[in-house]
Design a protein around this ligand. Structure first.
Ligand SMILES: Cc1ncc(COP(=O)(O)O)c(C=O)c1O
Length: 431
């Protein structure tokens, strides 16, 4: 069957033909290819077209598709352990790995997705502080939990809607909106509401409004405000964990979070999430404490095995991060010099293996307002050209592109060749 036929039939049975909105390519006005297989960085659609993949399942596949060790671990465990709903040694292995290798994680609770991790961390912060309000930053996305669905970055921005229907005002009346990288605004917010704020949740390297790194002094201000007012600082490392560095975005700042959330890479490509922090806080979770959070599939053996295989491989091969940095720099430098050659105004933000090419003529992109000034039509032309040239990129100006250890210089050079064709076409259009 052709991609388009499968997708059209899918639309009959699943809203928009998908199980997660961005996959539907609505923002770029195209039909998505229907993917059937992946190995390394090459994915194949149902018509056997091949693409070099820079989405990597939206971040998790830092080792590339179907890494032999990860698949081997899944095969081994799945022949004897699908699910028990009882403690397993594999859970201990992954929990111990996370607690001993990461900073500021003394105890951890496994869940099944990033959304579950962040919503549970916020509940824990509320239970621990006995306060109601939380702060999230405009442009940051923390999953589809009701309390987070305002100013929630890429998915909702690309769909052109401010938030979501079905979220009662009562669910968001305790959510305060901070402005990313704006020290004064967050200080004012704390002056007004500080004693009522249970926690502040932030993507320390934002990926969901395109890549923007939080500034050091902004993060220090956040930490000081949380200390001063007794609020918890929650780093959402669902995307940045094990990606921007082995120890995640935490290692890029001189600031300690109270709670941290993970998902994506830690699950090795299977559905997984986790949240952790100091024991004193984590012990408030049921069955030890009064904050109730549970899950039939949480800590599933196959998922744990995939996570352990992935994280062990990353730990034992720290040169992977050097490789990703090198090819990232090659891609960034190439794009910048081609853009200059063809007078294409762009800003490139990159932190290790996650990056966004913003089509705008600003000097830098450091706030959500900067992001909103992008030329989305130009992004869409870029996206279509790259897709037709065999490159699978995130279908939105407001997302991050991801690199893996399997991307080689030859893949980057092929990307740059296709990008040069696009830049040259844009240049001709403007003449
Ligand atoms: C920073 C961040 N937090 C939370 C989530 C939600 O994770 P999930 O899609 O696994 O529910 C995402 C998803 O992209 C994310 O990027």
């Amino acid at each position: 069957m052709k991609n388009v036929d499968i997708f059209k039939e899918s639309e009959e049975y699943m809203p928009g033909g998908v199980n997660s909105p961005v996959r539907a390519f609505k923002g770029v006005n195209l039909n998505p290819p229907v993917i059937k297989s992946g190995k390394g960085v090459i994915i194949k659609d149902e018509e056997d077209n091949e693409y070099i993949d820079f989405v990597l399942a939206w971040g998790p596949l830092i080792l590339g598709h179907c890494d032999d060790d990860v698949v081997g671990a899944i095969k081994e465990v799945s022949s004897m352990a699908l699910a028990f709903g009882a403690p397993t040694k594999l859970e201990l292995d992954l929990a111990k790995f996370m607690c001993t290798n990461l900073d500021n994680v003394e105890m951890i609770r496994m869940v099944n997705s990033g959304t579950e991790a962040t919503m549970s961390a916020v509940k824990l912060a509320r239970g621990y502080t006995k306060r109601k309000r939380i702060v999230k930053f405009a442009g940051c996305y923390h999953g589809h939990f009701d309390g987070f669905l305002i100013e929630a970055g890429s998915g909702v921005m690309t769909g052109g809607i401010p938030g979501s229907l079905g979220v009662p005002n009562e669910s968001i009346e305790n959510t305060l909106i901070g402005i990313y990288n704006d020290k004064e605004q967050i200080t004012e917010l704390f002056k007004k509401y500080g004693s009522e704020i249970a926690g502040v949740i932030i993507e320390p390297v934002a990926g969901n409004m395109g890549v923007i790194k939080a500034e050091n002094d902004f993060m220090e201000t956040l930490r000081e405000l949380c200390n001063q007012y007794g609020s918890l600082l929650i780093f959402d490392e669902v995307m940045s964990g094990f990606r921007v560095a082995f120890k995640g975005a935490q290692s890029l700042f001189n600031v300690k979070p109270d709670l941290v959330t993970y998902a994506k890479i830690m699950g090795g490509g299977l559905p997984c999430g986790a949240y952790g922090g100091r024991k004193e806080i984590m012990k408030n979770l049921s069955p030890l404490g009064g904050v109730y959070q549970a899950g039939t599939m949480s800590g599933n053996p196959i998922v744990m095995a995939a996570g352990i295989a992935t994280l062990n491989k990353l730990k034992n091969n720290q040169n992977y991060y050097d490789h990703i940095e090198n090819i990232g720099a090659r891609l960034e430098d190439g794009i910048i010099s081609i853009s200059k050659k063809y007078n294409l105004p762009v800003v490139m933000n990159r932190v290790g293996g996650m990056m966004t090419l913003f089509f705008n003529d600003l000097k830098e992109v450091r706030t959500y307002d900067d992001v909103k000034k992008c030329d989305v039509n130009r992004f869409n032309r870029y996206f279509e050209h790259m897709l037709k040239s065999g490159f699978n990129l995130p279908p939105s100006q407001f997302e991050a592109l991801f690199l893996s250890v399997q991307h080689k210089e030859s893949h980057i050079d092929a990307f740059l060749k296709a990008f040069e064709e696009f830049a040259s076409n844009e240049n001709k259009m403007s003449l």
